[in-house]
Design a protein. Sequence first.
Lengths: 112, 114
Amino acid sequence: SQQGEEDPQALSIQEGENATMNCSYKTSINNLQWYRQNSGRGLVHLILIRSNEREKHSGRLRVTLDTSKKSSSLLITASRAADTASYFCATGLNFGNEKLTFGTGTRLTIIP
Amino acid sequence: DTGVSQDPRHKITKRGQNVTFRCDPISEHNRLYWYRQTLGQGPEFLTYFQNEAQLEKSRLLSDRFSAERPKGSFSTLEIQRTEQGDSAMYLCASSSERNNEKLFFGSGTQLSVL
């Protein structure tokens, strides 16, 4: 079963604009991660934020986490055509993170 | 670090046939995971191994599915008596003991059951 729900399901923006996608989840978590998937390929880890953190940055990525609302957002600044992909949030429940539970994904299209 | 390798990339089979997929994780990674992904959905957890021990199986993994990791290195996922509903992308991932939170995924095996 899917733990997270991403919003929106699809997003199209012009190159250079910022893209924001949101993730909501249902249970208490240890950490939340974001992954990117290009069409027909495997997933690539982008960033991890722990339950005791509120914001994290990595290059053009900014992730926030609100555990009281059980939600997270991923902001991609200054988007590029190469950012076109599907983005998934994934939650880790146990300290050892034996498994990740993925959301349904946001399909991001960057228009050159 | 050559990445996670999966074979084959694509498999087309007829309903009722058995299929087997292989995953070679990153060499020093002791954890290996199998996920299934259908079109437009996120990956769904199937099972995971720590070394050669299979530690958790999803209810999605019916009796027709079996996974092994005999020497704690590569893993195989077998589906017996395939059904059309088994059509999906089967993804393998691995993680290291030192940083087991971050998963490294292979490119997947796309299964089509006719």
